[in-house]
Design a protein around this ligand. Structure first.
Ligand code: NAD
Length: 251
């Protein structure tokens, strides 16, 4: 039996992962940590990972950037396999999460759904199939409570497109406002829509002269991510140190 300790347990993803784990065999959520919810009087959740953790547990973090870094450091210090789905990390925080992979198995993904893994493959194929002169724009939609923008998934898709075209993040244009002038050839636009209860919607527009192509993934339910996160917890339990991602899970 694989025991998961869930960091950010009181959140939307925490609830979805707890539910997904009940449907998976050989694994369960053994403890939940959420100091913010605990401080507001919710006694279901622990105050700290240090108090909730028992040797052999897999730590699964869907909390906040500071929570994710603290979880990564805890896992590295205690030899715990680590699954990190939290987004909105700056470069230093992302490096700190990946750094834990030097001593433990770290599974890092900005999106745990099978559909987004497929979308990334479709994007690679589409970019290879159209001329380099075609413009690339990414539009993502999320619920009104989402804290980071653009989404981690939009950034992953943008990074894929940048790599395919030999560009760096300097080429990203996050929204446009005012008299910005004509679109430059190398830029890739990224646009974040926020509202309602969208779970996660990512659309890539490839636009040529007189024609365009769109590929899109819509997550309708957090179960799409939660089952992937539970599968990742099973994957890292007993895996050697290193940084793993969705391509390892879907091999
Ligand atoms: P949420 O706000 O509903 O839940 C986050 C929970 O984390 C809250 O209960 C909060 O109290 C808790 N928290 C905050 N700081 C913490 C800390 N330092 N330690 C422990 N707990 C802490 O958010 P959500 O919708 O569940 O999303 C959580 C994270 O997961 C976000 O970064 C989101 O973008 C990301 N996410 C990733 C995927 C994916 O597939 N990788 C999918 C959905 C959401």
């Amino acid at each position: 039996m694989i025991d998961i300790v869930l960091v950010g347990a009181a959140g939307r993803m925490g609830a979805a992962i707890a539910h997904a784990a009940t449907e998976a065999s050989g694994c369960r959520v053994a403890a939940g940590v959420d100091p913010i919810a605990a401080a507001s009087g919710d006694t279901r959740w622990g105050q700290s990972l240090a108090a909730a953790y028992r040797k052999g547990m897999v730590v699964v973090d869907f909390s906040s950037p500071t929570g994710a870094v603290a979880s990564a450091q805890f896992c590295a210090a205690n030899g715990a396999p680590f699954v990190c789905g939290t987004t909105g990390l700056d470069a230093a925080a992302e490096a700190a999460v990946r750094d834990a992979g030097k001593s433990v198995a770290v599974f890092r993904a900005s999106n745990f759904s099978i559909g987004v893994a497929a979308l990334r493959q479709l994007l690679a194929a589409a970019l290879a199939a159209v001329p380099r002169s075609w413009d690339v724009e990414i539009v993502e939609r999320h619920h009104r409570l989402k804290k980071d923008a653009p989404s981690g998934t939009a950034l992953t898709l943008a990074d894929d497109a940048l790599a395919a075209r030999g560009l760096t993040r300097e080429a990203l244009r996050h929204g446009r406002e005012g008299v910005v002038g004509a679109r430059t050839a190398g830029e890739i636009g990224v646009h974040a829509v926020r509202g309602g209860t969208f779970v996660g919607d990512h659309q890539i527009v490839l636009a040529g002269n007189g024609e365009s192509l769109e590929i899109r993934h819509v997550a309708e339910d957090r179960a799409a991510f939660a089952h992937g996160a539970v599968a990742a917890a099973r994957f890292v339990a007993g895996a050697p140190a290193g940084v793993y991602g969705m391509s390892d899970l879907l091999k």
